[in-house]
Design a protein around this ligand. Sequence first.
Ligand SMILES: Nc1ncnc2c1ncn2[C@@H]1O[C@H](COP(=O)(O)OP(=O)(O)O)[C@@H](O)[C@H]1O
Ligand SMILES: C=C(OP(=O)(O)O)C(=O)O
Ligand SMILES: [Ca+2]
Ligand SMILES: [Mn+2]
Length: 659
Amino acid sequence: MATPNGLARIETHGKKKHENGVCHDDSATPVRAQTIDELHSLQRKRSAPTTPIKDGAATPFAAALSEEERHRQQLQSISASLASLTRETGPKVVKGDPARKGEAAAKGAPATPQKHHQHHHPAAPTIAVSDSSLKFTHVLYNLSPAELYEQAIKYEKGSFITSTGALATLSGAKTGRSPRDKRVVKDEAAAQELWWGKGSPNIEMDEHTFLTNRERAVDYLNSLDKVFVNDQFLNWDPENRIKVRIISARAYHSLFMHNMCIRPTDEELESFGTPDFTIYNAGQFPCNRYTHYMTSSTSVDINLARREMVILGTQYAGEMKKGLFGVMHYLMPKRGILSLHSGCNMGKDGDVALFFGLSGTGKTTLSTDHNRLLIGDDEHCWSDNGVSNIEGGCYAKCIDLSQEKEPDIWNAIKFGTVLENVVFDEHTREVDYTDKSVTENTRAAYPIEYIPNAKIPCVGPHPKNVILLACDAFGVLPPVSKLNLAQTMYHFISGYTALVAGTEDGIKEPQATFSACFGAAFIMLHPTKYAAMLAEKMQKYGATGWLVNTGWSGGRYGVGKRIRLPYTRKIIDAIHSGELLTANYKKTDVFGLEIPTDIDGVPSEILDPINTWTDKAAYKETLLRLAGLFKKNFEVFASYKIGDDSSLTDEILAAGPNF
Ligand SMILES: Nc1ncnc2c1ncn2[C@@H]1O[C@H](COP(=O)(O)OP(=O)(O)O)[C@@H](O)[C@H]1O
Ligand SMILES: C=C(OP(=O)(O)O)C(=O)O
Ligand SMILES: [Ca+2]
Ligand SMILES: [Mn+2]
């Protein structure tokens, strides 16, 4: 009831009054807390206990005990991961946010640090180890996206929530990978097994240098108040799943990997045990330039024998994702499984397509197809059981992203998604996807289930179509060609694309890039190993190869235009539907490519690029220039045999341009 001056009347009675069944606003039950601290502790309830161990024998008491024991083992495992190799013992790790000291205890969470009470170990040397052994390292273990948002926003400069709920972050000075700073330990085994030398992405380092960098990363991480630890999986094929641990200093990195790797269930996490591979990401901290081999302040180091990767001097999150991909390129072929730098989707009838291509050619865009099930956008395995995605998320480019052209990616940019290096309105927090002020390589990392028609689990049958994507800024490759097996191998080994370096300042020469297996930066073995496996699998399962140019039409960059995405989608539709298998074809000069004369929904004249060039002489000249570049690139492979079948090798050599 209101008083004459409009203010609510102060109720002086202790008892609530219910008049005519009407409940007045003073009738709410009082808060169940005696103090502010207690009130705040009520706000967040303890998570439901992790799924009980299946044996069913556990009484409530036994379950509580084993949960404590599991926590202890988990902390011990993390402490072992973070151990200095020279001081041998691991740091004292404790779970939880250091900013919330006391809260955990109040709520009954296990806050007991490992070996807390062993400071005066009788066997300890009298000369104290170092100050670092006196401090605790707080571990934020497999935090949820909401918790990681709070950590990022509170402690990491440049973290904001965008108008659609994504977490906008900055990756610092590096906004792309640093392939020239990626090193692999060349021990005896690696010297034998891996691809070294010209063209190889594996730049050598020795074991000692690796350990020096590892120690630097571990010391840096342990010097912090807290580190983030993710325990996750790679590969949806349950028989070939890999357990990975990522230790990082930034909530951004932890959320990125939460999205990109496969997220374990609570039950899977309980039996996680020791990881198969560990990443130490000390990206904010540079490597020591006086350390042997170091040529910059950035070093990304892989040690296959130790199953470890160390990152110093770059915060670009893609290093972690693609570093693990490299590891899979080593581990999987050893098991007879082909690892692929490709996107992958599946039609409603179970027809699977692979999309190979270098960065920016359309793997993510074209595998994310509203009419098909998405298996994955970037990294896959092809085993005797079919295909499986290595990852649990997608990493889409955002530059010029439009809701109309790429609705599924657009809609995936919501709460939980990491948005790297984008520019947004400071008040509305609306992202301007056309803005390249920070970098052109703006990115969104989201869990694959953010795409409505994701195929979960991300596995599928053997591929029916193998689509090789090239973004040809020379504008001479046809929008689509059907390839025979030898041509597929030729183009797979070549791994061609041509982008334009700096689109900003006027017309620049298209830059031809050849990257073996459409992913030379990630392969570990010689390209012919992967090529032989691909040829064998395509033959065995009857897959058809296609070359699709998602680049220029009507002239080279500066004269023509990029092929419209809706046309490329129509072309891809015609491949999936089988329409293109029975179409009429003609053969092109020089590259000897079979091109269809007609495709539903695509103007026929663009199918043969010569029609779209007004200057026919310039077309011929550009075509020959590109063919020459292909030839020159392939020279290094000419002396290699591909597989056991030497006639295939000869056919592949003959499948390149002829002029
Ligand atoms: N015809 C086309 N086909 C494919 N992508 C196109 C086309 N035209 C423009 N694009 C743009 O090119 C980019 C392709 O990048 P993306 O799919 O991320 O490549 P990848 O995953 O292979 O690195 C996207 O930004 C997409 O919008
Ligand atoms: C993440 C990457 O892959 P892509 O550009 O192929 O999507 C990368 O090359 O850093
Ligand atoms: Ca037509
Ligand atoms: Mn991609």
